[in-house]
Design a binder for this molecule. Structure first.
Ligand code: ADP
Length: 410
């Protein structure tokens, strides 16, 4: 048996109900059941139950009207279609009805069974199509949402890959750069080595051949002079070799900070003593320890190298007879060491490159050197976790200051 179509008439006039029922009864097939809601509130209650397939709504409903009812019912989730019953047929009512959510309208008193049947059938079909479209739309939105999320995820992954690639590229770039620097360093090593080795080696050669000629007792003075020259040339060579070795060990990351506890004042005294043989005639080192604390916990070997380097520079870049000042101090968990000279100073324009390997200031080209010492000093200070600063005026002198964290309990 075909299921009957349930129609709800919402109309406050019982006569209209009777007329509508009669018209409906005349629809061939008698396939309709008509219920009646005489008021706005009753209608909303019945619509909420959702038992009807279609609603016929009168335009006038007491103080309110059919359009308001349709709007409220639709907002409340009503699914079945609304057909508005109006007093007149005009475009304005038609549009208003559609805007409120009605699917069709019929002009009261004029519609016949055929019109009613057609309108109901049309509205139900239309509502079904609308529901289907809404469902498809929702599905589509859901898929768009899913796709958007997939896309966002893909973009995120792509960005990740991109970032990794960029980082890898940076790493390669850095490695290449390092490789390039190492290569330059090596070729500069060769140039400097061949240049710096030549002078002491020829001294050794000439002094050695002269010693061979001074065979008598009377020439003992001259022999001794040349022996001293050879010793100095060899020690010079050793220094250069040591610098090369230090640089290469620093490059390989093989220089470590190995602190031990010792007396800074006594240690500095020994370094000053060791320097005595390398000073120019008349030069002296004045040493002061400005603290009543003495024990430090630092790497002795690194600190010794640092001080010897700075003190030899102080002597090398000062004239004969000048004083080089060494000051040490301990305060607030910091060891401070200062090496000051009254020498030639470093031109301002050259100061920026001071710690670059092989760099030599313009006013130092006549003085022997490799341009490695300060680079080594700076790196040693860094390995010890400290800082190196300097201050220099051409013709007045240079001061290097080192601050190193000192963990010794004193
Ligand atoms: P080197 O002394 O072998 O040339 P360094 O690395 O020790 O190498 O010093 C680099 C340059 O810095 C020197 O060539 C010199 O121009 C300048 N310099 C370093 N120390 C002093 C100083 N105490 N007084 C003047 N110039 C200095």
């Amino acid at each position: 048996m075909v299921e009957k179509i349930k129609v709800l008439l919402i109309d406050d006039d019982e006569d209209d109900y009777i007329i509508t029922r009669d018209v409906m009864d005349d629809i061939p097939g008698r396939n309709y059941v008509l219920d009646w809601a005489p008021s706005f509130e009753q209608a909303l209650d019945l619509i909420r139950e959702g038992r009807h397939d279609v609603y016929l709504v009168d335009f006038y409903l007491g103080a309110k009207n059919g359009l308001e009812l349709i709007a409220e019912a639709v907002a409340g989730g009503a699914k079945s279609p609304f057909i508005l019953l109006t007093g007149q047929s005009d475009r304005e009512t038609d549009e208003k009805a559609m805007r409120a959510g009605a699917l069709d309208y019929l002009v009261k008193g004029t519609f016949n069974p055929f019109d009613l049947e057609r309108s109901i059938r049309y509205s139900i079909e239309h509502a079904k199509s609308l529901a289907e479209i809404q469902m498809l739309n929702a599905q589509l939105e859901q898929r768009v949402e899913e796709r958007t999320q997939e896309l966002a995820e893909a973009i995120r992954k792509l960005e990740d890959t991109n970032r990794s690639l960029y980082e890898a590229q940076q790493e390669i770039h850095k490695a290449l750069q390092k490789e390039k620097e190492l290569h330059e360093l090596k070729s500069r090593f060769v140039t400097i080595a061949s240049h710096e080795f030549r002078t002491p080696l020829s001294t050794v050669l000439s002094s050695a051949s002269l010693i061979g000629k001074y065979t008598t007792l009377e020439t003992d003075d001259k022999r001794q002079k040349h022996v001293a020259r050879i010793k100095s040339a060899v020690s010079n060579l050793t220094n250069i070799l040591n610098d090369f070795l230090s640089i290469s060990r620093l490059e390989e990351g093989k220089i470590y900070n190995v602190p031990s506890a010792f007396d800074l004042c006594a240690f500095s005294g020994e370094v000053v003593e060791e320097m005595q043989g390398n000073l120019k005639p008349g030069q002296q080192i004045s040493y002061q320890h400005g603290s009543n604390l003495y024990t430090v916990n630092l790497d002795k070997q690194l600190l010794k190298n640092i001080l010897l380097n700075l003190l030899s520079n102080g002597s090398k870049y000062s004239e004969e007879g000048k004083t080089i000042y060494l000051r040490t101090g301990l305060a607030n968990g910091m060891a401070t060491l200062t090496v000051q000279d009254e020498g030639i100073g470093i031109p301002k324009a050259d100061q920026a490159h001071l710690f670059t390997p092989f760099f030599r200031a313009k006013n130092a080209t006549n003085i022997q050197g490799t341009g490695l010492g300060l680079n080594i000093v700076k790196k040693y200070v860094e390995v010890m976790g400290g800082q190196l600063t300097y201050q220099s005026e051409v013709g007045q002198g240079t001061t290097f200051t080192i601050h190193i964290p000192n963990t010794a309990e004193v």
